[in-house]
Ligand binder design. Structure first.
Ligand SMILES: Nc1ncnc2c1ncn2[C@@H]1O[C@H](COP(=O)(O)OP(=O)(O)OP(=O)(O)O)[C@@H](O)[C@H]1O
Length: 400
């Protein structure tokens, strides 16, 4: 099986090169694994072009040993989704790409979801688990992908919509604003603390949008998580005759995941994604709408400032093993982890969603796909749908 090594020297704290020299290459040498090519990425987009040219010159099922964060994998997936392969693969059926991940990025959401940390995340033996699974001939699990189409408003000349593919997260609202702002903090704060700084700067913001939740095709309805029974139930507004759920803002938080239950080793934002795995390709969505607060009366600056404390509690609880999904409002609007009041978080499992931002709300037009930021055109919309490529195609991750 052809083996390609790709690592990003500037991801995370810029130590991927040293980690490969000290740990990954010696491990591969000790197991006499033949490496066909090594690529140290030189610029944005290089990982995608390098993988395409490797595939066009090497036949058969390929393994990539990838030292990066989630963003570099995102680049590879998106580069491949845009090309028709030539060379040795011209007119050949697609074959799967198997990945051994080496976490070298800032957040490493995919790695820490497949390998929930039970030790120091800097420990080399923790970081080499996926490579060791590959060397041991273990199985690889297929990734579900989220395809988001960003459409322009209707116009006399039709513009081709933009498509982005996520393997981790597709979000709008607070999370998209955090990722948008945190990029400019990368040099100053190379670690995950830059996300916390960006969160503090955006926490009073609300986002006006109209949302449609689409059913999981094989299930027929949109589902909602019920903390009392720790299970998914049909959403009260979704049945087989009318499965689509209409939802109105303002939204404080709107984030969907595939494949992962966390976005950082300890930030378990969609905790049941892994503890109650979906049998079908689907998205887990975490939504916070301030209007569910029993004390909400109108959207004022004061209300946004006082609600920011509650939004902060939700995010803090996500760091406590994902306990935000159990939070409820008391009658006076205070938040508790018990009681019978409305759930603070609406935790949805569905086949897809549409986000149609209010024209006058600029920040509601931001969309994040695995850290890459997009702007939805005024009058346009974003439609995100989950899919799992057919067996023997797509991307697979070696796990132990
Ligand atoms: N030589 C390079 N110089 C500058 N940027 C690069 C280079 N090689 C790759 N990149 C870019 O680095 C960006 C960051 O990589 P990546 O997302 O993998 O790491 P991260 O952001 O630190 O981690 P995570 O996504 O897990 O938070 C990618 O968008 C990639 O295009």
């Amino acid at each position: 099986m052809p083996v390609l090594v790709v690592y990003n020297p500037v991801c995370g704290n810029s130590t991927a090169g040293a980690f490969f020299d000290e740990h990954v290459f010696p491990l591969l040498r000790s197991s006499s694994t033949a490496i066909d090519e090594v690529v140290c990425t030189e610029n944005v987009g290089h990982a995608g072009t390098a993988v395409i040219s490797f595939l066009e010159t090497h036949d058969g099922d390929v393994t990539i040993i990838l030292g990066s964060g989630d963003g570099t994998l995102h680049e590879i997936i998106n580069a491949l989704s845009l090309v028709t392969l030539k060379g040795v693969r011209e007119n050949k059926p697609a074959s799967p790409i198997r990945l051994a991940l080496v976490p070298c990025g800032t957040a490493n959401a995919l790695y820490s979801s497949f390998f929930p940390p039970d030790t120091d995340i800097e420990n080399p033996s923790y970081r080499l688990r996926s490579v060791k699974a590959f060397l041991a001939g273990s199985g690889a699990v297929p990734l579900t992908l989220a395809f988001t189409t960003l459409s322009s408003p209707p116009a006399p000349t039709v513009k081709r919509p933009q498509v982005t593919v996520s393997a981790v997260v597709t979000s709008t609202a607070l999370h998209a604003s955090i990722l948008h702002d945190s990029e400019s903090l990368r040099k100053e704060i190379p670690g995950i603390d830059r996300f916390k700084v960006a969160a503090r700067n955006n926490i009073t913001q609300w986002y006006n949008s109209y949302v449609k939740l689409l059913p999981i095709p094989s299930v027929g309805v949109v589902q909602i998580y019920d903390p009392d029974t720790n299970s998914f139930l049909p959403h009260e507004d979704s049945d087989e005759d009318n499965p689509i759920v209409d939802m109105y803002g303002p939204f404080a938080y709107f984030l969907s995941t595939v494949n992962v239950d966390r976005l950082e080793p300890a930030f378990c934002i969609s905790p049941v994604a892994c503890s109650i795995p979906s049998k079908h390709p689907s998205l887990d969505i975490v939504i916070v709408r301030p209007e569910r607060d029993p004390t909400f009366d109108m959207d004022t600056r004061e209300k946004r400032i006082s609600f920011a404390e509650k939004a902060g509690m939700v995010l803090s609880a996500a760091y406590q093993a994902g306990s935000h999904i159990k939070l409820r409002y008391g009658e006076d609007g205070t938040i508790h982890d018990r009681g019978r009041g409305p759930n603070v978080v609406e935790y949805i499992r569905c086949g897809g969603w549409e986000w149609i931002p209010d024209d006058v709300d600029d920040k509601a037009h931001l969309l994040c796909s695995d850290g890459a930021i997009f702007n939805i055109e005024k009058g346009g919309r974003a439609v995100c749908v989950a899919a799992r490529p057919a067996e023997n195609t797509g991307f697979m991750i070696y796990i132990s």
